[in-house]
Design a binder for this molecule. Structure first.
Ligand code: NDP
Length: 237
């Protein structure tokens, strides 16, 4: 039997990149899967058609929209919070409104979504947030605000793991290093700089990250919670 057979899964931010690979993996592992997107309707519809899943348009920057959407579910077993954006640049040059939008998407939304999702998990459950190795290491300038958001994910995962453990719900943070997506293409201009601190000097594939998520949401990971799971080719070693 498929490991996630009978499980209801929601991926926030699943239309492209790491999120799309997670949707594909959850489906192939047997979960009844739904996902959200914000702008890329064509990509979302193509993935939904290919995988037999449902795509809903929803802006993760709007906390009310996110929690009201999760409230519509009868039940959830797996929640993967992947939606995230990255702003790079000298802190003095970034538009404060853009920084605040990133804080909404990368911190406030994951927190409130995790809490709303846990309320829907009646027979235990799995919550995974996609953080970043930058939560641990900030080797280049221009990353202060992004790093701050991913460090916040570490704290929320530790605390929520304690709150939800009595209900059989695990909460984990997956921390990728460079992954080949639209956000960070493997042939992008920062390739050499990003590969320089890595032991294995290549971008990960989205499927490699999805495989780590698949373990954490699966039946073999019931003792794994409150932890940061780095998959970064030794970027932070
Ligand atoms: P992409 O930009 O390739 O894809 C982002 C996905 O999130 C898309 O499906 C996008 O939807 C969705 N999304 C973005 N903003 C919102 C929003 N406001 N509301 C709903 N959905 C949204 O990013 P990646 O796949 O590279 O990154 C995914 C996660 O992994 C992020 O949290 C990122 O910080 C993290 N990460 C990525 C790394 C990398 O090197 N790629 C490294 C470390 C961490 P749409 O298609 O509609 O725009």
């Amino acid at each position: 039997m498929a490991p996630l057979s009978g499980k209801k899964a929601l991926v926030l931010g699943g239309s492209r990149g790491i999120g799309a690979a997670i949707v594909e993996r959850l489906v192939s592992d047997g979960a009844d899967t739904q996902f959200t997107y914000v702008f890329q309707k064509d990509a979302a519809q193509a993935l939904a058609t290919r995988t037999g899943t449902k795509a809903d348009q929803l802006d993760s920057a709007d906390i009310k929209q996110v929690t009201e959407f999760i409230d519509t579910f009868d039940r959830l077993d797996i929640l993967v919070i992947n939606a995230g954006i990255a702003l790079f640049g000298d802190a003095r040059d970034l538009d404060p409104n853009d920084v605040d939008r990133m804080i909404d998407i990368n911190i406030r939304s994951p927190y409130h979504a995790a809490v709303a999702g846990a309320r829907k998990m009646k027979n235990g459950g799995r919550i995974v947030v996609i953080g970043s190795v930058n939560g641990d290491r900030t080797p280049f300038p221009g990353l202060a605000a992004y790093t701050m958001t991913k460090a916040a994910v570490q704290g929320m995962v530790r605390g929520l793991a304690r709150d939800f453990a009595p209900s059989g719900i695990t909460v984990n943070n997956v921390q990728p290093g460079p992954v080949d997506t639209d956000l960070n293409p493997a042939d992008g201009p920062m390739k050499e700089q990003m590969h320089s601190p890595m032991a294995i000097k290549r971008h990960a594939t989205p499927a490699e990250v999805a495989a780590m998520v698949a373990y954490l949401v699966g039946p073999e990971a019931s003792i794994v919670t409150g932890a940061q799971h780095t998959i970064d080719g030794g970027f932070g070693a």
